[in-house]
Design a protein around this ligand. Structure first.
Ligand code: HEC
Length: 184
């Protein structure tokens, strides 16, 4: 008797799920969209931080780890890589794309080698929390204020950030992109 009630209830639950999937608008598109695209997209509910000035964003959201002067931090057990020494990457389209992907993707952790130093800290996922314009602003601050732009430098565009959002949402992809860049 009990088990019959239970099975009737579970049939009801399964039935209402099917109904929900069938009637809710967009449910099918979400199911068909590769997971990365949904997770990487800006989420209007999570953009609760509104500043658009690159320096403000950097000091509020990046300096805790990368330090206000961008020199990073090596003491302690993990460490955060410097964001200085990036002039060459910032003058390359692939370099800008990787940096945007590193900010969008997360949690980004593992071993990042800069010079002869490995960094093992963790960087949170900023993709859903920042608009493309905010990502442009903070990358421009890194490129133009923490580093010295090389001749021929072109500021990153909203289009390139959007392109970075569509890159595969895996750490392997981020690492692969980094490994193709000149050693820094
Ligand atoms: C909680 C600490 C933390 C915060 C906050 C943080 N980062 Fe990071 N960031 C890291 C760590 C750690 C790495 C290296 C990832 C690894 O070890 O795999 C990293 C890597 C990077 C890289 C790639 C460097 C390289 O050599 O490949 C860039 C670019 C970067 N961060 C930019 C930013 C920007 C811009 C912000 C602010 C929007 C930011 N980070 C906020 C910890 C942080």
């Amino acid at each position: 008797m009990r088990s019959r009630i239970r099975s009737r209830r579970s049939r009801l639950i399964i039935g209402s799920w099917i109904l929900l999937l069938a009637i809710s608008p967009g449910a099918n598109t979400i199911a068909q969209t590769p997971q990365g695209q949904v997770r990487n997209s800006v989420n209007p509910n999570r953009v609760i931080y509104t500043p658009t000035n690159g320096q403000t964003i950097y000091l509020d959201r990046c300096a805790l780890c990368h330090q206000p002067d961008g020199k990073g931090k090596t003491d302690g057990s993990n460490g955060f890589p410097p964001l200085t020494g990036l002039s060459e990457w910032m003058s390359l389209r692939e370099g800008q794309l990787y940096v945007a992907h590193a900010i969008i993707y997360g949690p980004y952790w593992g071993d990042v080698l800069v010079g002869d130093q490995y960094y093992f800290g963790m960087m949170p996922r900023f993709g859903p929390r920042f608009t493309n314009e905010q990502i442009v602003a903070v990358i421009r601050y890194v490129a133009e204020e923490l580093n010295t732009p090389l001749p021929g430098y072109k500021p990153i565009t909203v289009q390139l950030v959007e392109e970075a959002r569509r890159l595969p949402d895996t750490m392997d992809a981020v690492r692969e992109e980094r490994s193709m860049l000149p050693f820094r």
